[in-house]
Design a protein around this ligand. Structure first.
Ligand code: NAD
Length: 350
């Protein structure tokens, strides 16, 4: 397994392998770029088939975090951690304590947070061993109540304001009343997004592989449930992927009728050139790492101690960033993803 010649190696500053025999921890932390500040990014736990697969994931994801934070105007660099193991079977207190020690060994150059396979509970265990962890405590919410470290409501709010920007640009309207939105995945982010859209007067169609999640959206928000495959071909204004990556591929692209794709999922395009296909079909794509930055902004405010009102205002900046991306894409003829990458590099000072 090579690192420096790996296809996803992008001049990463540091790639560290961590092992602890007692707890069985096998993990990798990658710091891609710390130009703008300490590298912040989630700790993913996944049953990777090979070490190579884990390395690939951590190299790609850490690079993505550099771009996401730069675009969101955060004084943070890009980093990520992966734990090799099945999150349903292999979790233990000792494992996350050892992971906390591993994070601590980097002295604050990398700050960890929750990701797929980890959550508030795991952050709290790591916090016993390191202060370089986000999402472990409680803090004040916008309405004055106490909230935990789950950033999903902030991610959903960022996607909501991003949809507003896309609708204004593509459909020429500000009012979301009657806007038809199809949401794939009504989990933590998708459900919060559905609620915000419902409150703004939108009509909702939802799908999920977990029946209880669909039922919650139908019963609480009056959404219409559709089949998993049906969600792509609906005659709606917005398709919002909030489940998994690579949902836009050759197959689903053919079915897609919505003039806007804007959702929370990471790595929505199965391959980069699909951005051109979407553009050719007149579909406005909100680059995933631009629209789903509400979570990282949330985590940053927890660390920096900013107020809930400041956090909200920063998340609302996603709307302006997307407006700029859409405007430049239209005037320069480049895809929204190419413009987003360019804008991130500009903000990185490159
Ligand atoms: P989640 O696990 O709570 O929700 C995902 C939902 O999608 C679940 O309800 C799941 O059952 C459903 N799902 C999975 N496969 C599906 C399929 N094939 N068809 C339909 N539904 C399916 O996760 P989340 O925290 O809501 O995150 C959603 C997406 O947003 C993920 O891609 C995540 O990486 C991304 N994201 C999340 C955050 C955050 O703050 N949570 C931040 C940035 C990006």
């Amino acid at each position: 397994m090579s690192v420096f010649t790996h296809i996803d190696f992008d001049n990463h500053e540091q790639v560290v392998f961590g092992h602890d025999s007692a707890s069985g921890l096998r993990a990798i932390i990658a710091i891609h770029d710390s130009t703008l500040g300490p590298a912040l990014g989630g700790c993913r736990m996944w049953s990777y088939a090979t070490d190579e697969e884990a390395l690939r994931d951590v190299l790609r994801l850490s690079r993505g975090m550099t771009y996401k934070s730069a675009l969101a105007r955060l004084p943070l660099g890009g980093g990520k951690a992966v734990i090799i193991g099945d999150p349903r079977r292999d979790k233990s207190e000792a494992l996350f304590q050892a992971m906390g020690d591993f994070v601590d060994s980097l002295g604050g150059r990398y700050i960890t947070a929750a990701d797929s396979g980890t959550g508030v509970a795991e952050m709290r265990i790591m916090a016993q061993r390191t202060r370089h962890v986000a999402g472990a405590g409680q803090r004040e919410a916008l309405d004055g109540s106490l909230r935990d470290g789950d950033p999903s409501p902030s991610t959903a709010y960022g996607v909501f304001v991003g949809i507003r920007a896309a609708v204004r640009h593509r459909l020429g309207r500000d009012d979301l009343t009657g806007l038809r939105v199809a949401i794939q995945g009504v989990g933590q982010v998708g459900f919060n997004l559905a609620r915000l859209l419902k409150d703004a007067g939108a009509e909702l169609w939802v799908t999920d592989i977990v029946e209880a999640n669909v039922r919650r959206a139908v019963e609480q928000l009056g959404a219409r449930a559709v089949d998993q495959l049906e969600i792509f071909g609906l005659d709606v204004d917005v398709f919002a992927p909030c489940a998994l990556g690579a949902v836009i591929n050759r197959h689903t692209l053919e079915a897609l009728r919505a003039p806007i794709v804007a959702g929370a999922a990471n790595n929505q395009l199965a391959s980069p050139e699909l951005a051109e296909d979407l553009q050719r079909r007149g579909c406005l794509y909100a680059p995933d790492y631009a629209i789903n930055a509400g979570g990282i902004i949330d985590v940053f405010y927890e660390r920096s101690g900013g107020s809930p009102a400041e956090l909200k205002a920063h998340i609302e900046g996603i709307e302006a960033t997307l407006e700029e991306i859409f405007r430049r894409s239209a005037s320069e003829g480049a895809t929204t993803t190419a413009i987003a990458d360019r804008l991130a590099r500009e903000r990185l000072g490159r």
